[in-house]
Design a protein around this ligand. Structure first.
Ligand code: TXA
Ligand code: MG
Length: 353
């Protein structure tokens, strides 16, 4: 299959391009598109054949449910029942935006879309291209991140092409995404709201609306034997090809440790990459013998760190790094999502110095 690549402006999406993309979705095809978090791989959420095609194109296990994207609040009533008061209040505060809610599903949503679960993940994205496309597709678009299973989520269209060219009908290229990490997932089907995946909408932000919010224990604990409640969090996601280790401790010691380890790895013939910060980058450049040193941004700017992380992991793949060291980040606010993704990419390989 030839994949059509179409550039499209975020602020004023071309109507004709959106109409064509919407038609592809209505006919059971697949279109990758930008959202404010990461690029998504869209199919008609109410068509079981489309969902099967999504799993096939990504090489993703079909027990890993998809998020249904909507573009109008009222549409939630067509796919979820009941819609609790908490969902309404969260929507008022954070929709459209990077928040996904888990609710009990209605029959309209096929089990192929929910990976066999009787719950459905619903998200109302803010990106204008995403919203226009969902509307043109009929209102309900299932979309996982548009990466091949096991690779970092794409933050630009070029990464979607790398992973899915020839496997999907169209890629809408709307430029770089704004956030760079996937949406926060909150489960509203239990006795207490629970975060299943941390993201840009933080626990603190959710608590201003809901009072107290639980966090799935498997997100916080390293050697947790429990099953994550979001099936996707079970898989070793976001994995770079090189062996990634996260190093925690005081900045000076962390840098010295990483320098020492990277020297030893290079003498064994490894290609070594270091994920530094603006604060530490020059130090590594002066002393370390690593093959590639990249700053993920300033420690004081978590938004920048979130936006760069997946890009750097992919660049290290492209440069053939076999060993990667990264500094750790504080676990408050957005830092919780950043560390969650970094630790998953590292398969929880952490050294404390
Ligand atoms: O930001 C995002 O959410 C992006 C963009 C494209 O919207 N999408 C995304 O989708 O990250 P995906 O498929 O890569 O991740 C969805 C996660 C998976 O971990 C999946 O297991 C979980 O959501 N999930 C989906 N439906 C669920 C459900 N009914 N119950 C529990 N977890 C669910
Ligand atoms: Mg994903």
């Amino acid at each position: 299959m030839e994949t059509i690549l179409e550039k499209i402006e975020r602020d004023a999406p071309d109507r004709e391009k959106i109409r064509r993309a919407g038609k592809i979705l209505q006919n059971g095809g697949l279109v990758a598109f930008p959202t404010e978090t990461v690029y998504g791989l869209g199919g008609d959420a109410l068509n079981p054949a489309s969902s099967r095609r999504i799993y096939e194109a990504k090489g993703r296990p079909s027990d890993n449910p998809l998020i249904v994207h909507i573009c109008r609040w009222e549409d939630i009533y067509r796919i979820a029942d009941p819609v609790p008061e908490a969902a309404y209040r969260l929507a008022q505060a954070f929709w459209p935006g990077p928040l996904t809610m888990i609710l009990n599903k209605r029959d309209a949503v096929p089990l192929e879309t929910t990976g066999g679960l009787d719950t459905v993940a619903v998200r109302f994205p803010s990106d204008p291209i995403a919203r226009a496309l969902i509307d043109a597709a009929g209102g309900f678009v299932a979309a996982p991140s548009a990466n091949a299973s096991g690779r970092p989520s794409p933050t630009v269209a070029e990464y979607v092409r790398e992973d899915l060219d020839g496997r999907i009908d169209m890629i809408l290229d709307g430029g770089e995404v704004g956030i760079g990490l996937e949406s926060t997932i909150v489960d509203l089907t239990g006795p207490e709201p629970m975060i299943l995946r941390p993201g840009y909408v933080t626990k603190e932000m959710l608590e201003t609306v809901l009072g107290s919010v639980d966090v799935d224990k498997t997100i916080l604990e390293k050697d947790c034997k429990l099953r994550p409640k979001a099936p996707g969090m079970r898989y070793r996601h976001y994995a770079p090809r090189g062996v990634l280790t996260v190093v925690e401790g005081m900045p000076e010691q962390v840098a010295a440790y990483i320098e020492e380890k990277s020297r030893a790895a290079r003498s064994r013939g490894e290609r070594v990459g270091i994920i530094a910060t603006d604060e530490s980058e020059s130090r590594y450049r002066a002393r370390s013998s690593a093959d590639s040193i990249k700053s993920v941004g300033s420690r004081t700017d978590e938004d920048a760190v979130a936006r760069s992380l997946y890009r750097i992991l992919r660049e290290f793949d492209d440069e053939g790094m076999t060993v990667i060291y990264s500094e750790a980040f504080a676990q408050s606010g957005l830092g919780q999502a950043i560390m969650n993704r970094l630790l998953k990419a590292a398969g929880h390989r952490v050294e404390k110095v």
